[in-house]
Structure formats: structure tokens, C-alpha cells
Design a protein around this ligand. Structure first.
Ligand SMILES: [Zn+2]
Length: 317
């Protein structure tokens, strides 16, 4: 993949290409934006461009260096991922050691921290030292979905690059064979469709919401990603409901759901709930307890959502 093949994200690509063209390479970059919109593939492409044997401004994709980076085999490029939802201080110590040696084959040592928002406090503090005094020819890319989780001194030392969800047209270009209704559900995040079975997840959302009605105290979420994905579904449902208020005649919801709003729900109530849910989503990466989130959601949605088939029953009953 070269920069030209990355669909959308023009502003981010322009910034990165500018650093390559002017040879003003930041030692630490912070890629910010939602999951599944191309931050990691752009970071890998930047690592390739930094070390490409045929070009200094983009990846050629045919030289040994580009191929090795693509396959995860380049000795100067390291990808760090979270283990059990946490990037630990042990991983950061490994990064410190990795960057302490000069590049073996390439022009730059590149470290990509894939879920930087999952760094715990100790890891973020340890990492601050590396970012403050970066070894020569080292580039560190922090990929982050939630800037609230990172300490301010770390944020301020990074060159920030913002990524945004893709337009429907751009997603269609990437996923030409996917049904329109599913494309609308993934909300501009094509990577979601590649990594998850969205049709199955719709059923999962419906059945977990039913569990909530049955006062099942055990949360159905395996990890933080599950919670965020579930909240995304809830937001689509609420968005559908809001559209239902305003476009009653021509309205067709995008999320197949067994639920509906209580009869006298107001748009204000929905807007407030939407806002509250977004706040919860932002707090998930601060290791909010999943059972607490589940119980709080049960409380928030309790008398607002009704099962369609049993119109007299609501979540509080
Ligand atoms: Zn190359």
C-alpha cells in the first residue's frame, strides 16, 4: 500500500507527506481518531516510506525494505499491541531497549504503539522519558482512540495527526460488495466489517438488550472493545429513534431491532441519554468496571426502551 491507496484521510496523508518531503521527521507522532478507520495501515505505510530503498516520500512496495515491513519482518520496525486490554510498562521497557540501538538496515527505527490509549499509568510515565529524549533516527507513532487517557506532557510532545470516519462513498469503494444497510451501520469504519461479523453482532446486540430487560446482572462483554461496539449499536438505535421522531412518514430504521421507545419519550430525553452514553464510552479506556457500566446502562435504559412484541413490558418491569 502507498499513501495514494489510502482512501480518505487526505488531511492526515498531506501532513505526513509534508514531513517526508521537507525531511522534518517528528520523533513522536500521535495518530488520533476512532478505531477501524485506517490509522494503523497509515502508520505502517509511514514506516515503509521512512525506510524505502527507492523513495524518500512514499512506499514503493517492491523493495526489500517495504516488503519486510509489510510482512512484519523488518528488524528496525516494531509493532507493540496491548495484552489483555493493557499496554504495560514491560512493553515500554522493551521499546526503550529496541530504540537504544542504531538502525540495522533502514534509515529509521520505527515503533508503532497500536493501542496507546490502553497504556497504564506506569507505562505512560515510563514512555514519557523516551519521548522527551528520543534517540537519533527514531520515530515513535502512538495510535490512540481516546486522548483523555494519555498524560498531558506526553500529548504535548507529540506531532498530532487527526483521522476521521470515512464517508459512505469512501466505504463503498473499499467494500463494494457489502449491502448498503450494513455500510450505514458501520458508520464510516470499514475496518469493523473486516474484523467483525456485523450481521451476527446485530443479533448479539438484540439478545444482550433482552438480557438487560430480564435483569441479568452479568455483563455480556468480553473486553473493552465489546463494550464500545455495543455502545455504538445503542447509539445507532437511538439515532434511528430520533429520526423516527422527525421523519415519521418516510422513515426506515437502519438497525433491525426488537425494541422501541416508550410511548411518551421526548427528543430531549434521547439527546441527554445519547450524551451520557458517549461520556461512558469515553471512560471505558480508563478501565471503568464492565459490571458497573452494565448496571448503569440497565438503569439508564430501564423505563425508556420497550420490547416491540410485548408492548406492555418495559425494562423496569
Ligand atoms: Zn520501498
Amino acid at each position: 500500500m502507498s499513501f495514494n491507496e489510502i482512501i480518505s484521510q487526505e488531511k492526515a496523508i498531506k501532513l505526513l507527506k509534508g514531513t517526508l518531503r521537507t525531511k522534518k521527521i517528528p520523533s513522536a507522532l500521535l495518530f488520533l481518531g476512532d478505531a477501524y478507520i485506517g490509522k494503523t495501515s497509515t502508520a505502517i505505510n509511514y514506516a515503509k516510506a521512512l525506510n524505502c530503498l527507492n523513495s524518500e516520500e512514499d512506499a514503493c512496495n517492491i523493495c526489500t525494505s517495504c516488503k519486510k515491513i509489510e510482512q512484519g519482518l523488518h528488524p528496525d520496525v516494531k509493532l507493540v499491541t496491548a495484552e489483555k486490554d493493557v499496554v504495560t510498562v514491560t512493553s515500554i521497557r522493551e521499546v526503550e531497549e529496541f530504540v537504544s540501538f542504531r538502525p540495522l538496515e533502514g534509515r529509521y527505527k520505527v515503533v508503532i504503539i497500536k493501542e496507546a490509549h490502553k497504556m497504564n499509568h506506569a507505562a505512560a510515565n515510563a514512555f514519557l522519558k523516551t519521548v522527551e529524549e528520543p534517540p537519533e533516527n527514531t520515530v515513535i507513532i502512538l495510535i490512540c482512540e481516546n486522548i483523555d487517557t494519555l498524560p498531558e506532557p506526553l500529548i504535548s510532545r507529540c506531532f498530532k495527526v487527526y483521522f476521521t470516519p470515512l464517508s459512505t462513498q469512501a466505504v463503498k469503494k473499499i467494500l463494494p460488495d457489502v449491502e448498503d444497510s450494513l455500510i450505514r451501520i458501520i458508520m464510516g469504519k470499514p475496518g469493523l466489517f473486516i474484523s467483525r461479523d456485523v450481521s451476527k453482532d446485530i443479533q448479539w446486540f438484540n439478545s444482550t438488550l433482552k438480557n438487560m430487560k430480564e435483569k441479568n446482572k452479568k455483563s455480556p462483554w468480553k473486553d473493552n472493545e465489546d463494550v464500545k461496539w455495543w455502545i455504538d449499536f445503542l447509539c445507532i438505535f437511538l439515532r434511528d429513534c430520533l429520526l423516527g421522531f422527525f421523519l415519521k412518514t418516510s422513515y426506515c430504521p437502519i438497525l433491525p431491532s426488537d425494541f422501541k421507545l416508550k410511548e411518551n419519550a421526548s427528543p430531549e430525553e434521547l439527546f441527554n441519554l445519547y450524551e451520557e452514553i458517549q461520556n461512558i464510552k469515553r471512560s471505558i479506556d480508563l478501565n471503568l468496571n464492565k459490571s458497573i457500566v452494565w448496571n448503569y446502562m440497565t438503569y439508564l435504559l430501564g423505563n425508556l426502551i420497550t420490547i416491540k412484541k410485548q408492548e406492555t413490558t418495559n425494562l423496569e418491569q
